[in-house]
Write a protein that binds this ligand. Structure first.
Ligand code: BGC
Length: 867
């Protein structure tokens, strides 16, 4: 996550020039643009950008002509973390930015929507537009000109730390949702910024990891959502990612930025860097980057003035960047109107309603044995709500998207509000806090501590003893200590009962450690990994004694390390077990939160520590235990899924999640979410698993770049996307194997029938093919179905995924109601990318259209012969 770096000089310069001129900014002439915007100054559309025009081009060029080369270069870098650079010489104020995908989070409390993967689970284009509009209005009310979202990277692997903030595993679904989202934001006069371009599909080592991918895979899987954002959504800003792509950083990647984005796709807007994602000023300038955020560390006068002088960077390239900034800002009228409109609100009841709608539409019912759900509120006298995610609310994951909602509704309060007085609600967190686990570990004797004056456990150690090691302190930043130190803790542990024991250790993300049990390394953390804690479940026999050794390398002055070993059943609070046994039903709120799933680190596929044991214990105490899971994608359910009758996937449901869950649990709303990602049985099963990490040594190369003239060497990790096109359901349907729950799957309290598929038997390849079918609600309650259309190309000359999503529609049906659905399939629906021909190709022959309610359940099929 970006931590702001104060830029005092720029701040001072800005203050002097800005305050002198701020009175006059909005009255200054931009005659032509004002004219274009005049006439609808009071209507909503007044805020929407106007298209580029000769008049705007003329004005932008006139402004450019007034600038010296130094001033032009100044415009290419941000200031104060979240602003573009002002330029008093042309009466240009600075423009404000905010993160992003789930709420306008940078400038105070806000509305937090069911964004990212939750929005994708709704499969609702109208909802995407509505959320976009809400974000746009909210941004404008805070004087924000640029919204730094949406994020559209493909969920390649379930452990990806920011999947929750992105959309789905499928390029078609992402493209379908990103377009109305962007249109919604930009309709409010706020620039949307699609990110992170491109192939930022994991969080580990994100500055130094190279996503090594063949062109076909990029074009078919990883780039379509960006392409749609530009060519269909007309997004006006794009953010380059941190990572490298095929060995070249995104911010200086000619193929992505010049050939595709600004070439083939015709992008005329602003290409900005992610925060500190620029690595070489001259290379970035020459390869498409327009704006370096958050400050001009590389694209600055020191680097670019000599480069222009020597001819290494042409001045016309600098001019093009400045024109992009000016053109876009003029099109939005930023220089002629205040962004804040007195009619705007920063707290909006209407936006709360949209947030609730999003949560209701996305929560996905995955298991409902014997129709346990919906619960009958009249029959519930006592309900237990147990688990770390029950209270407080967990609206979103962590990092730069994390929004502080005004009044987030927790699962406890949502269910309590719905049930009202008269029902006993028993809440227990169920698990202790982490430091308590460390503190209460019953070591057999003292823990021996040896502190070495080196970073490799050599030299003469200072020794001592402690009862336990519980120095874990979250969110505390201490100055780095130049003195090297390494600390070795050794202890003995004697098991009581036979069974599963939790070995757990936590340190600051920048620290490193290894934990060994009887000489075998069971936990480790490398420097700069970010996620805490590390844990593993081990089986010990009754009375077994083990030797534990924890080797800790602190990065900063203070020690922020803790480790422990505990019998899993002892973790579970007595209250949780008692409440579960007393209740008519239990809601088990488990999963991740902003600390365990977020930007800058990947998450585990297993649930956070202790939660498997918690579910097992509670399910043993009450067979009516319903699991409500908060996570950006699939998790390991193997220890408990067959022990619980119901499972709901909440993703991150935004601020109204508790209300939405309650309405679904008690049948006030029919569950309608559909998985936007395949839900694996195990991490090893995932098609990306064996390619996800670079092979140490074999897949690393030394890279050299020049920071302000000084060479800088660093090692990059090459992540080879060896599964190629076989991402998510493409892999499962092609291999004929099955994940735990397939892409597109989700249960309902009603039932639907698909019928009457009509498709032409033959069609011209390249023409649009129209297919239609019917969906009927055959059950007894109102509900919504997502009709999904997959295309197969069995006669292709190249290997293709067995089926690919190429159309969908969400239909809302009363009991007994039927709706006719028509879907158009354009040429791209049948094409594949040929690297050798360098174009999209349709092989004439047989195609199969499949329609159904998941990637694995498609009751309707029809053949089409394309010639
Ligand atoms: C994130 C971006 C975000 C930026 C500004 C970076 O750390 O990767 O997504 O927009 O910070 O907060």
């Amino acid at each position: 996550m970006y931590r702001p770096v104060p830029d005092a000089l720029t701040l001072r310069r800005m203050k002097n020039s800005y305050s002198a001129r701020k009175q006059s900014f909005f009255s200054l002439s931009a005659a032509v643009v004002s004219l274009l915007l005049a006439g609808c100054a009071l209507c909503a559309a007044a805020q929407a950008p106007v298209p580029d025009s000769p008049a705007i081009e003329e004005q932008a060029h006139a402004m450019l002509a007034k600038l010296t080369l130094e001033q032009k270069i100044e415009l290419l870098g941000g200031v104060d973390s979240m602003y573009t650079h002002a330029m008093p010489a042309i009466d240009l104020p600075r423009f404000k930015m905010s993160d992003a995908s789930v709420g306008v989070r940078t400038w105070g409390p806000t509305t937090a929507y069911a964004g990212g993967v939750a929005l994708a689970a709704s499969w609702d284009r109208d909802l995407a537009r509505e959320i976009g509009e809400g974000l746009g209005r909210d941004a404008r009310a805070r004087n924000v000109n640029f919204l730094l979202g949406p994020g559209v990277n493909i969920a390649r692997a379930p452990v990806g730390g920011r999947n929750f903030e992105y959309l789905s595993e499928d390029p078609y679904l992402n493209s379908a949702l990103v377009v109305p989202f962007i249109e919604g934001v930009q309709s409010q006069g706020v620039i949307a910024t699609v990110k992170h371009y491109a192939l930022n599909n994991q969080e580990f080592n994100r500055h130094n990891a190279s996503s090594d991918v063949d062109e076909r895979t990029m074009r078919e899987i990883y780039l379509p959502a960006f392409e749609a954002a530009v060519t269909k959504g007309h997004v006006d800003a794009v953010m380059n990612s941190y990572n490298l792509i095929n060995g070249v950083h995104a911010t200086q990647n000619e193929f992505l930025n010049l050939k595709l984005l600004k070439g083939e796709w015709g992008f005329k807007g602003i290409l900005m860097s992610d925060w500190d994602a620029t690595y070489d000023g001259v290379a970035a300038a020459n390869n498409g980057l327009d704006l370096e955020m958050p400050s001009p560390k590389f694209m600055n006068a020191q680097n670019l003035l000599p480069a222009v002088k020597s001819g290494a960077v042409k001045e016309s390239i600098i001019d093009d960047k400045v024109l992009r900034l000016l053109r876009t800002e003029l099109r939005y009228g930023f220089t002629t109107r205040p962004q804040f409109d007195p009619a705007d609100s920063t707290y909006s009841v209407a936006d709360r309603a949209t947030a609730l709608k999003g949560a209701l539409e996305s929560i996905t019912l995955l298991k409902n044995e014997d129709h346990l759900l919906p619960l009958d509120a009249a029959k519930i006298k006592t309900i237990a709500i147990i688990g770390p995610d029950a209270w407080p609310a967990v609206p979103g994951g962590g990092g730069s998207s994390e929004a502080t909602a005004f009044d987030p509704v927790s699962i406890v309060t949502g269910i309590g509000n719905l049930l009202g007085p008269g029902v006993h609600l028993l809440y227990s967190r169920g698990l202790p806090e982490m430091n308590d686990v460390f503190r209460n570990t019953k070591w057999d004797g003292d823990v021996k501590v040896a502190t070495f004056p080196s970073s490799d456990f050599t030299g003469t150690a200072v020794t001592g003893t402690r009862r336990s090691v519980a120095d874990w302190k979250p969110n505390q930043w201490e100055p780095a200590d130049a003195t090297p130190r390494s600390i070795r803790y050794t202890a003995q542990f004697k098991a009581g009962d036979a069974g599963k024991y939790l070995l757990i250790a936590a340190a600051a993300g920048e620290d490193a450690f290894h934990v060994l049990v009887d000489g075998k390394q069971l936990l480790d953390q490398a420097h700069a990994e970010g996620q805490v804690p590390k844990y593993v479940s081990i089986d010990l026999s009754a009375g077994q004694t083990v030797n534990v050794q924890a080797d800790y390398l602190p990065h900063a002055a203070g020690s922020r390390f803790g480790f422990g070993l505990v019998y899993e059943p002892d973790l579970i609070s007595a209250d949780a077990k008692k409440f579960a046994s007393l209740a008519d039903a239990v809601v088990l709120a488990v999963g991740f939160n902003a600390a365990s799933e977020g930007e800058g680190h990947d998450r585990t596929f297993t649930l956070p520590w202790g939660q498997d044991a918690l579910i097992e214990a509670v399910a043993a105490a009450n067979p009516r235990s319903i699991v409500a899971l908060t996570a950006g994608g699939g998790v390991d359910t193997h220890r408990w899924l067959d022990k619980v009758p119901a499972l709901l996937h909440l993703y991150y449901p935004g601020q109204e999640g508790g209300t939405a869950l309650a309405e679904i649990l008690f049948g006030k709303h029919d569950p309608e979410g559909k998985l936007p990602v395949s839900f694996d049985r195990s991490w090893e099963d995932d098609p990306s698993a064996k390619w996800y990490y670079a092979v140490p040594g074999a897949d690393t190369t030394l890279h050299t770049t020049g920071e302000n003239g000084k060479p800088l060497d660093y090692t990059i990790e090459h992540i080879r996307y060896g599964e190629k096109l076989m991402v998510g359901y493409r892999y499962w349907t092609t291999t004929g194997k099955h994940p735990l729950y397939p892409f597109g799957y989700g249960l309902s309290y009603t039932t639907f029938r698909f019928s009457n598929l009509q498709a032409p038997a033959t069609a011209d390849s390249g023409s649009t093919v129209t297919v239609s079918f019917e969906v009927t609600n055959t059950g007894s309650v109102a509900g919504a179905e997502v009709a999904q259309l997959y295309v197969s190309d069995p006669s292709a000359k190249v290997d293709r995924p067995e089926r690919e999503l190429k159309g969908f529609d969400k239909v809302r049906l009363a009991p007994g109601e039927t709706k006719h659905v028509t879907l158009d399939l354009d040429a791209r629906s049948f094409s594949y990318w040929s690297d050798s021909a360098q174009k999209w190709i349709i092989d004439p022959g047989k195609f199969v259209i499949r329609v159904g309610d998941s990637s694995e359940h498609t009751p309707l099929t029809a053949d089409i012969d394309l010639h």
